[in-house]
Design a protein around this ligand. Structure first.
Ligand SMILES: Nc1ncnc2c1ncn2[C@@H]1O[C@H](COP(=O)(O)OP(=O)(O)OP(=O)(O)O)[C@@H](O)[C@H]1O
Ligand SMILES: [Mg+2]
Length: 259
């Protein structure tokens, strides 16, 4: 059995006057330990819904999600989530934000400081420990959010378009940062994006969602070697994957338009 098993998961949202939105049709999907899986799909196809169900923030209409064989029934420290919009506590500093979950776990102040210090360094925020979120750029806020998620040492990291609001240059640097962390620390990562380059660059597998109601249309393995450098994006192997995924996504985007 894989580390994460998504079994027959669907989600229907009730609407006004008895109308319903089918966000996900039954999905079966599994993720192995240390996989880096990206989920690529058109807007509104249910990517966030699926991630929220895995995070335990929403319940599926049918089916279940198992993490290490245990059914997920609610949020837990074994899953670290990073959202698209900035979700740091505005009244806490960078360091306090990162230590938040550690304190909840009952870790000593000295341990918290050491652990948060390690991840602050890792994401390049040394010197900003005592800054508040509003004193940081968008990229720095997302680096803090990633450090906060990693510091809790989750079994699996769930990222929902974490770099979506960043300028392109910062976004590319953040991709390299996250990939570098994954290459050295090995973690199971599930990363939602609608950027094709981003989906290939970091992943060992891309799961392509269909237009709503979402289902997994194809899974594409990315057998590019590690460590990956951004120059890999101009190699024929990368271009080939990109051409294939562009085709898949285009068909779905057109289908989504016609809904
Ligand atoms: N709480 C909710 N109540 C009702 N409908 C919802 C709710 N959350 C999501 N939906 C609907 O479910 C569908 C999928 O939404 P979801 O946010 O999962 O899409 P997405 O793939 O993440 O899109 P995007 O790429 O734009 O973020 C949409 O039609 C949306 O309107
Ligand atoms: Mg979304």
């Amino acid at each position: 059995m894989s580390q994460l098993e998504i079994q027959n998961v669907s989600r229907v949202f009730p609407g006004k006057k008895g109308t319903q939105t089918q966000a996900l049709t039954p999905i079966n999907f599994s993720v192995n330990e240390n996989d880096f899986v990206t989920i690529l799909g058109p807007s509104g196809c249910g990517k966030s819904t699926m991630l929220r169900i895995i995070a335990g923030l929403d319940q599926p209409t049918t089916g279940q999600v198992l993490l290490d064989g245990q059914r997920i029934t609610g949020p837990g420290a074994d899953r670290g989530m990073v959202f698209q919009s900035y979700t740091l506590f505005p009244w806490l500093t960078v360091e306090q934000n990162i230590c938040f979950g550690l304190r909840e776990k009952g870790m000593s102040a000295a341990e918290q400081k050491e652990r948060s210090g390690y991840f602050i360094n890792r994401v390049g925020l040394k010197g900003f420990e005592q800054h508040f979120p509003k004193q940081l750029s968008g990229g720095m806020q997302q680096r803090t959010a990633i450090a906060r998620a990693l510091a809790n040492d989750p079994k699996i990291l769930l990222l929902d378009e974490p770099f979506g609001a960043l300028d392109n240059q910062t976004r590319l640097l953040m991709q390299e940062l996250l990939l570098g962390i994954w290459e050295s620390a090995q973690k199971t990562v599930l990363f939602v994006t609608h950027d094709i380059d981003e989906s290939i660059f970091m992943a060992n597998r891309v799961a392509v969602f269909s237009a709503r109601p979402g289902r997994i249309k194809t899974e594409v393995n990315v057998d590019l070697p590690h460590p990956r450098h951004y120059t890999i994006k101009t190699t024929p192997e990368f271009m080939k994957l990109k051409a294939r995924l562009t085709e898949e996504i285009r068909a779905e985007a057109i289908a989504a338009e016609q809904h």
